[in-house]
Design a binder for this molecule. Sequence first.
Ligand SMILES: *Cc1c(COP(=O)(O)O)cnc(C)c1O
Length: 395
Amino acid sequence: MQALAIDGGPSLRSAFLPYGRQSVDDDDIAAVAEALRSDYLTTGPQVALFEDGLAEAAKVKFAVAVSSGTAALHTMYASCGVGPGDEVIVPAITFAATANAALYLGARVVFADVDSDTLLIDVADVERKVNSKTKAVVAVDFAGQSAQYEHLRATCESKGVVLLADAAHSIGATRHGLLATTLPDAATFSFHPVKHVAAGEGGAILTDDAEVAELARSFRNHGITTDHAQRAVAGTWEYDMVQLGFNYRLSDIHCALGRSQLKRLKSNVGRRRELARLYDKAFADIEGIDPLVTLDGNESAHHIYVIKVDPAQFTKGRAGFFDALRAENIGVNVHYRPVPWHSFYRELGYERGSWPQAESAYERILTLPLWAGMTEADAEDVVEAVRKVSEAYRR
Ligand SMILES: *Cc1c(COP(=O)(O)O)cnc(C)c1O
């Protein structure tokens, strides 16, 4: 057997393979160039057209485009009435923004544990933590598969709690044949370059609730009730600011790119599914390398591909695998460190040991490269590298 690259052997790949990457084609570039030559760089026609496309793709009535996925979370929480003193339940393993956005509004974050097989929010723990102060439960469609909204719905409805989704990972995912975005009261997307639809930066709120959509439109524009186009139609200069909003607008340049990318959403998700199947098949034969479980009835959109490294099988743990695979030029990553473990949250009083499933899963998880522009040969390199490192470190 070849020596591992980390022990001085040759790297399995000569070029580094990142864990995620955008796919930009000539149509995307032409769409952006056209927006740049148009009359509007922001608050122009591309915004409404992108929103129409998003609402259609998500099968909801309203989409409101904003400047990032984080801005989308902030806007969604505010528009659903989250405010000072409210509790917002979020999973302990997610990107920090899911929790941070509740703090922006003066709410208190309550972290629920996650299921160790899926890293989806643990329904039983949510049930335990919902109380009269809870305003919203936010599920994260981790790695691209839908959370168990029908169970969460049962808990939320009886207590008058809003059910929300951070769907940054799951654009295009379905649960029991229904698009995941149609299951919560509102959901958010991100258009960061590693996500399914890349706009450079950007995000959106998706909902069937007309009131939430209207509040979101005002919140992204300083809390003003009309935009310049509506005032032009009405023939007036006057506008009213009714809530304290932000400038969270997304430009026509970004929306033009997003619209063009959205056309390839289906093929992009299809490609991710093919590559995920290739991984599933290969790792079924490597003992101690366990991909996250996909629940029955879920078709994942496969934002990321996460494996768990079983410490009982190997002489090195996840950190050892991370270093060895990076040395082989495989861009592994970790999604995510439990949010309450960050110094900022620790100082707010959250204590380690409170989310046993999340915290033990965190010691094992490793994200492998997965993106639509990857070739089969790239994916086979990843499998080969995981096999090589597993064999070298097997007990
Ligand atoms: C990417 C992401 C966000 C934040 O999106 P930005 O567009 O980077 O602000 C929030 N939550 C999750 C789960 C994400 O993956």
